[in-house]
Write a protein that binds this ligand. Structure first.
Ligand code: PEP
Length: 255
């Protein structure tokens, strides 16, 4: 059985004291919830990673970066490496988020280099894929997602897949308050699982975790997270308040 993953993407929000405060609230809230088959992850900004990790160590909550570069070190001003994320306490890294693809022009080829580096370094890579509204309206969503997965996972061998999580995040649902319906999301998750079966094998497609992201909140999480092929959520806005994030964790834990 796939363990559910509830991941908070804090994006470029919260100062260090605010991040520490939020992580303390999540840590304290989680003590009252007996976590069953579920993992909890927070992805603060780079500067908050170390202080947040100091708070959450031994709590069972994990942390991840929101991005990284594929080189080890050197003259790459403004970038951060896999080893640096690990040294701050991270086990995960989000790669290919639609905001990185759109605002920072990240290509599938660049994202693939990062995915390979992350996995080779022992980080679990959350590879984000998803279509824009225009692409969905012209019926191209499957084609787009398939290309993003094939290119994003190029060179990743079957033994490395255990360090890959896929996040399906329709771009039109991110930060808009308009989530995909449970059926729309589950259909895409099944489609993604079939792509993995074609690229690798049935066992890998059964085992890989596929998260849904896009306006997931404490109100709609039950319907979305109870779908057969949705293994958790990548959550932006609703992860910035402990009440809503804890509610999503609790709901998912009780499914
Ligand atoms: C995200 O940033 O990955 C995301 C899904 O954001 P939101 O939950 O705010 O739509």
């Amino acid at each position: 059985m796939r363990k559910k993953l509830i991941a908070g993407n804090w994006k470029m929000n919260l100062t260090i004291p605010q991040s520490v405060n939020l992580s303390e609230q999540i840590k304290n809230g989680i003590k009252d919830i007996k976590l069953n088959n579920i993992e909890v992850l927070v992805c603060p900004t780079y500067v908050s990673l170390y202080p947040v990790n100091e708070v959450i160590k031994d709590s069972g909550i994990k942390s991840g970066g929101q991005n990284m570069y594929f080189e080890n070190e050197g003259a790459y001003t403004g970038e951060i490496s896999a080893e640096m994320l690990k040294s701050a306490g991270c086990e995960f890294v989000i790669l290919g988020h639609s905001e990185r693809r759109k605002i920072f022009n990240e290509s599938d080829e660049l994202i693939n280099k990062k995915v390979i580096k992350a996995v080779d370094s022992g980080l679990t890579s959350i590879l984000c894929v998803g279509e824009t509204l225009e692409e969905r309206e012209s019926g191209k969503q499957n084609e787009i997602v398939k290309t993003q997965i094939e290119k994003g996972l190029s060179g990743i061998t079957v033994d490395k897949l255990k360090n890959i999580v896929i996040a399906y995040e329709p771009v039109w649902a991110i930060g808009t308050g308009k989530n995909a319906t449970p059926d729309e999301a589950n259909d895409m998750h099944k489609f993604i699982r079939n792509i993995i079966a074609d690229l690798y094998d049935k066992k890998s497609s059964d085992e890989i975790k596929i998260l849904y992201g896009g306006s997931l909140n404490d109100k709609n999480c039950k319907d979305l997270l109870s779908q057969s092929d949705i293994d958790g959520g990548l959550i932006g806005g609703a992860s910035l308040k402990s009440e809503s994030f804890l509610k999503i964790i609790e709901t998912s834990n009780n499914l």
